[in-house]
Design a protein around this ligand. Structure first.
Ligand code: SAM
Length: 253
């Protein structure tokens, strides 16, 4: 059911999404002008409606849609990499995750989605303006109840919690490994996301030096397929390289 206060999008026949928060009465929607919210509130997710003679479908966003629609500051992670991180960290409801840095908050949303409603994500970010931008994005997605941001440097500051998992998306994650010892629980999981192979090697060596176990490094490649009347082939618009992912577990010391 679509309710007042829900962030939704109206999908048009060309596949474009027009975002709006369902409000009391008329709501301004970029690209569409003014839309009467009362026609949508109370309808089922997937409701089809007509606006100025054109058909739209009203849909509640999934977490990947929210990640891709946020206001961007620093480069955001792709849904394919965020999904792999959340899954390979083995996140479940009730767990505590520490991440750095928050950037635009895209990966944060995928992490929150995996531990809510009883768990939480603590983001450590050393640039105040990025923390505030991410806060705006996370509030817009309605996920702020399960999240806290701390201004600090994960290479030296302590988030003040014991984490089940730590997720790093920053240029020099290997330099945070000593500090993380104090707040990642035994058996806890760690991930790092880096764009270059030299960074991947630095992280793997750093984990090996600290006797982490089940170290696994990978590149996550996905190809979107196009189905045409004449045949089926990978899209020409596929992303090439995004980043490398490294996972490991901390043994009891
Ligand atoms: N995961 C984010 C997303 O999907 O939107 C993008 C993260 S962005 C690539 C890297 C972020 O890490 C930046 O916001 C940067 O300021 C922050 N950062 C870099 N080194 C850091 C450190 N040592 N401690 C805390 N934040 C750090």
């Amino acid at each position: 059911m679509l309710l007042e206060g829900d962030l939704i999008y109206l999908l048009d026949s060309k596949g474009y999404r027009h975002w709006l928060t369902l409000g009391n009465g008329m709501v301004r929607v970029q690209g569409l002008g003014v839309v009467d919210s009362s026609k949508i509130i109370g309808q089922e997710d997937g409701y089809a409606l007509s606006i100025a003679g054109k058909t739209f479908t009203a849909l509640k966003p999934m977490i990947g849609d929210l990640m891709q629609s946020l206001e961007r500051g620093p480069q955001i992670i792709t849904p394919k990499d965020a999904a792999t991180i959340a899954f390979r960290l083995g996140l479940r409801a009730g767990e505590t995750v520490v991440e750095a840095g928050v950037g635009s908050g895209a990966l944060t949303m995928a992490l929150i989605n995996s531990v809510m409603p009883t768990g939480r994500v603590i983001s450590m970010e050393f640039r105040e303006e990025f923390a505030r931008g991410a806060e705006k994005n996370i509030k817009r997605a309605g996920l702020h109840e399960f999240w806290e941001v701390k201004i600090g440097d994960i290479r030296k500051d302590n988030p003040g919690v014991m984490a089940d998992a730590v997720s790093l998306d920053m240029p020099d994650p290997q330099l945070a490994l000593d500090n993380i010892e104090a707040f990642l629980r035994p058996g806890g999981r760690i991930s790092a996301y880096v764009p270059n192979t030299n960074q991947l090697a630095d992280v793997v060596h750093g984990l090996e030096d600290r006797n982490y176990i089940e170290i696994d490094a990978l590149e996550n490649i996905q190809r979107r397929m196009e189905v045409h009347p004449g045949g089926v082939r990978p899209s020409f618009e596929n992303l090439g390289h995004t980043g490398y992912l490294i996972f490991a577990r901390k043994p009891s010391r």
